[in-house]
Structures are given as structure tokens and as C-alpha cells.
Design a protein around this ligand. Sequence first.
Ligand SMILES: NC(=O)C1=CN([C@@H]2O[C@H](COP(=O)(O)OP(=O)(O)OC[C@H]3O[C@@H](n4cnc5c(N)ncnc54)[C@H](OP(=O)(O)O)[C@@H]3O)[C@@H](O)[C@H]2O)C=CC1
Ligand SMILES: CCCCCCCCC/C=C/C=O
Length: 329
Amino acid sequence: MVKARKYIVKQPFVGLPKREDFEIVEHQLPPIKNGEILVKVEWVSVDPYMRAYNGRFPTPYDQFGFNVGTVQDSKDPRYPVGRKVVTHKGWCDYTIANASSETDRVYKLPDLKGLNESLAVGAVGMPGATAYFGLLEICKPKAGETVVVTGAAGAVGTVVGQIAKIKGCTVIGFAGTDEKCQWLQSLGFDKAFNYKTVDASKVLKEAAPSGIDCYFDNVGGELSSIIISQMNVRGRVAVCGSISAYNDTSLPEATILQTYLVFKQLKIEGFIVDRWLGQWNVAFADIIGWIKSGKMKTQEHVTEGFDNIYDAFVGMLQGENTGKAVVKI
Ligand SMILES: NC(=O)C1=CN([C@@H]2O[C@H](COP(=O)(O)OP(=O)(O)OC[C@H]3O[C@@H](n4cnc5c(N)ncnc54)[C@H](OP(=O)(O)O)[C@@H]3O)[C@@H](O)[C@H]2O)C=CC1
Ligand SMILES: CCCCCCCCC/C=C/C=O
């Protein structure tokens, strides 16, 4: 019998999630059954969808999310003891998972070719796949076009901007601090602006005088409306998320966009990365190749310790992370 710990969400979040919305539960894991594996978790991911999906599940529920760990006991020959795995069992230190369960989402750690295993919840995980497919399949950027990405210094945004550069585009990012913006320019972004201090409409007119062709929208809100209002004819918008409103308790006011959508003939499409679940490995192989060849850089904001996962989560929602927010267990 293994003693395990996990986070349970006790009650619906109101505004920014509170520490008392969670409870850390210690429990004995039962012996594994046929088809199951016992996993010792080493890396836990904290992501915005943990906030965004909260209202969809009745409480209490185990906090879901991707993690990386090692199989300690196995009754599934596909996942022998010692095998590194990714699961969607969330914020826990030990867990039992079933690779045949859709919700457990077990898969073998990709061959990271020596890169940090934590990347499997970041650039070589769900956020990397989000950037890859959202940009390449929805925005379909062409060399020479101008791509704008918001949430640019985060897990998804950094990968979006760097893929767009690899594809020969001019890339403009928006992020929440001057330091993040400087870092983005060191990654090769052509321009990066602090959305909290600039006049977004003005800086965009200067940075993209010929207009914007593709917009990868991570944040929603008025910033997105401003960006969309400056798009070129037949521009493409990939709506990935709207983190500017996840903690809102009432609907935000929004600028009417229909005029731009019609007269600029824009294509605007929301997506969930699961749409390409069967092809995530294609994204991972390309991203690993780009990182290994030096064309793409990754950065992680690492929090240490199981007891600090809540702080890492709320810190990420408030912009403390540059790059991917992860927790080392
Ligand atoms: N559709 C899909 O399948 C998926 C969607 N997503 C979405 O992608 C987006 C980015 O996720 P991810 O890269 O993991 O997270 P990040 O690593 O970007 O972390 C979240 C960031 O959001 C920014 N932020 C917080 N509040 C605001 C605000 N009011 N306005 C603008 N930015 C804000 C902060 O950066 P800053 O300092 O710049 O404010 C913070 O660092 C989210 O909207 C998420 O929900 C993610 C994965 C899959
Ligand atoms: C409990 C739902 C599992 C979802 C798996 C991961 C998909 C992330 C989609 C993110 C959307 C917005 O942030």
C-alpha cells in the first residue's frame, strides 16, 4: 500500500481561486488492478484551463492536469516498471492510472533527446501542441506575413512566436512586463509590447504599418479587439483562450467587431488542442528538433514542492511566470 497526496477542489472558484477552495488529502492507494500502473509523479503542470474549466465540473473533484512521472508498479505490459509517462491525473505525488481510460490520458514520455523531462508538460506537451496546431492549422501563416500573439511570454505564446519566426513571419508579441518583452525580443520576436503600459492601437500602427495577417489570441478582452481591428483583408484569428476574463464574475464589455469581420473578410476560429490529439507526436517531433537545433528556446518557471502547487497556480494566473509554469514534486 502506498500513501499518496492529492489536491481536491472543494468548491467552485469565485474570482481568483483561493487556497481554501482546495484541500490536500492524504490517502492510501489500493493495490493496482489489471491494466493499471502506479506512478510516482515528478513534475506537475499548472495551467489556465484549470481555472477556465472549473465551472464545468461539480465539486468536489480531484484537480486534473498533466504530470510527468515514473511507473513504480505495473499491471499493463505496455508500461513496465521504470517507464517514464505523462498522465492527466493532476496535482498528486503518487497516482494509479489506466492507459485505457480517456480521462487518465496516459502516454509514454516522448523521446526528448536529452532535454528536460519537465518539457513534456510544456513545449513538448499540451501547450506546445496548442501553439503548433493553433498557429499552423488555423492561422496558416505564410512567410513575410505579420503575426501577433498575446500572452506571448507564456507557455503557449513563446512557442507560437518562435514557430512564426521559423516560418519566416514578422512577429509582434504582447506581454505583461517590460522584462518579459525584452526576453521575447531576445528570442527573436521583432517587437514586444507591455500591454499594461502601452497604447496598443498606436504601437501596432507603428510596428505593423501594413496591417496584421494572423492573430493568435490567448487573452481575449479589449486588447484582442484592438488587434483584430487592425487586421488585413482575409486575416486569420486563432482563438486559443481568454485569460483576461477567467477570473471575472460578470461578462466583460466588448467592442463590436462585426464591422471588421465583414469588411476585412476575417476568419476567426476557436479551437481546443484535443482536436489534433492523434497528431501531437508530429508537433513534438518538430518542436524537439527546433529546440535541439537552437531555433527554439524554452524557459520554465519552476516552483519546488508539492505543498506549493496552489501558489504556483495562482502565481501563473497573475503573470508571475516567464515561460512555462511547472512544479517539481
Ligand atoms: N484552446 C486550447 O486548447 C488551449 C488553450 N490554452 C489557453 O492559452 C492561453 C495561454 O495559456 P498558457 O500559455 O498555458 O499560460 P501562460 O503560461 O501564458 O500563463 C498565463 C499568462 O496569462 C497572462 N495573463 C494573466 N492575466 C492576464 C490578463 N488580464 N490579460 C492578459 N494576459 C494575462 C499572464 O502573463 P502576462 O504577464 O503577460 O499578463 C500569465 O503569465 C490561456 O488562455 C489558456 O487558457 C492553453 C492550452 C490549450
Ligand atoms: C478536463 C478536461 C481535459 C482537457 C485536456 C486538455 C485540453 C486543454 C484545453 C485548454 C483550454 C483552455 O485553456
